[in-house]
Ligand binder design. Structure first.
Ligand code: MTE
Ligand code: CO
Length: 419
């Protein structure tokens, strides 16, 4: 906990002493003559919807702005494109599937369970083809992981660009997956000791074929057919996708159709050139699969201005690491000069989103809001300057630097950089 009101000062005292705007808001809260309390409202004068009105419920219309959004100038079309999770408006850690970002190379496809097949071939004792029903009969696991596209925050390398955490950090989602471990299926096919790599591909036109080291495949990868308790949505790979915990999203093959065991990466069939990281010295590095520790304040932020006046404000955000669990998050209100620890809503889970809260008493001063996370390896999220020293400004992928929101006296926030 941090930034408690100074001793001897009560919350009521704070509110009474603040501006007229807040004083009236406080007075309204204190009085009991509020018609919303004293008068019978329309919704209490009749009956509501019956239980058959919405067999599958959607969010109430008042929440209609909490949706995925794309940025039209980012890609040439909406088929090979990306949209963004409205992380600014969500809380907790689980991303509802209906607003979890999508990234397709050739569009989202409709594939029936009955038409679903998964083949394992290559360096195996017995090439196998699994139906969906076959997969359901293997011992099952349920685990929660984040998926972050390597391009998340990729537009921010050269300068503060997009105004909103949805757009700067929304190529991420976090779901509870149910399925079978990849190890279980590989053992079923009898992977040969010479197989050190897998080539994994999807059933869509792009196939999104990728090479995956066997070590990772046997460690913690999953074949998932449920997310957050229900079937995967079409856009996330229905009926089956690959889960590669902590590693960049492009390896998480959707509509997974084939796994080939090989003794070398199959680069000729990949788009690896698209996933290299340009360094400050002009060289490139590849196979930087793991997503380093990163955090962002989701509110207040440009899409979530402070609208309630002075006094207590809940500063909140998300932290994650592909290398382990989040052990701490610090928050700065002055652009990184001073840091105080935030509260973690729950202890950090390996390779899953962690929610943090920082309870602050805001009196209308300008803030340069930042969050900085540390993971279980001891790694500390770098500043933008530190990251640029190594990576320059010509990269797209793996930008995990500290984000700054400038909160103005009127409560509005803007994406900025501090030196
Ligand atoms: N799998 C297939 N078959 N086709 C694709 O286009 N896109 C990849 C990956 N898996 C892709 C795919 C990329 S780049 C990312 S970031 C994630 O899927 C996005 O997953 P999502 O759409 O569930 O958010
Ligand atoms: Co991606």
């Amino acid at each position: 906990m941090s930034d408690k009101p100074q001793s001897g000062t009560t919350r009521r005292g704070f509110l009474a002493a603040s501006t007229a705007l807040v004083a009236s808001a406080t007075a309204a809260r204190a009085q009991t003559a509020d018609p919303l309390i004293t008068e019978i409202q329309p919704w209490a004068q009749g009956l509501g919807d019956g239980v058959d009105a919405t067999p599958y419920g959607l969010p109430i219309k008042y929440e209609s702005d909490v949706v995925r959004r794309n940025v039209s100038w980012l890609t040439a079309d909406v088929i090979s494109s990306i949209n963004f999770t409205p992380i600014h408006a969500l809380d907790g850690t689980i991303t509802p599937q209906g607003c979890a970002f999508e990234r397709h190379h050739s569009g989202a496809i409709e594939l029936r369970k009955d038409d679903y097949r998964l083949m394992i071939n290559g360096l195996v004792d017995q090439p196998l083809v699994f139906t969906y029903a076959d997969l359901e009969r293997f011992p099952r696991v349920t685990r929660t992981f984040f998926l972050e596209c390597a391009a998340n925050t990729g537009m921010e390398w050269a300068g503060a660009q997009l105004n909103g955490s949805q757009f700067t950090h929304g190529m991420i989602h976090n779901m509870e997956y149910t399925g079978v471990t990849l190890r279980t299926l590989l053992e079923e096919a009898g992977v040969k000791p010479t197989a050190t790599w897998l080539y994994v591909e999807g059933a869509d036109a792009s196939s999104n074929g990728r090479s995956l080291p066997m070590e990772k495949a046997l460690d913690d990868c999953m074949i998932a057919f449920k997310a957050n308790g229900e079937a995967l949505r079409m856009e996330h790979g229905y009926p089956v996708r690959l889960i590669v915990p902590g590693w960049e999203g492009n390896l998480w093959i959707k509509w997974l159709r084939r796994i080939e065991a090989t003794d070398a990466p199959v680069e000729s069939r990949e788009e690896t050139s698209k996933y290299t990281d340009t360094m400050a010295d002009g060289t490139s590095r590849k196979w930087t699969w793991v997503m380093d520790a990163k955090s962002v304040i989701t509110s207040p932020s440009p899409q979530m201005p402070i609208t309630h006046g002075h006094g207590p404000v809940v500063i909140t955000g998300l932290a994650w690491s592909g290398r382990g669990a989040i052990t701490g998050v610090d928050v700065s209100v002055d652009g990184g000069k001073n840091w105080k620890p935030a509260r973690l809503a729950a202890p950090g889970q390996e390779m899953a989103l962690t929610r943090f809260y920082f309870d602050h008493n805001w009196q209308g001063e300008e803030m340069l809001l930042q969050s900085r996370t540390t993971d279980s390896t001891g790694y500390v999220q770098p500043t933008k300057t530190q990251l640029r020293e190594v990576r320059g400004v010509n990269s797209v992928y793996h930008n995990n630097c500290i984000q700054t929101w400038w909160v103005k006296p009127n409560g509005e926030a803007e994406n900025v950089e501090v030196s």
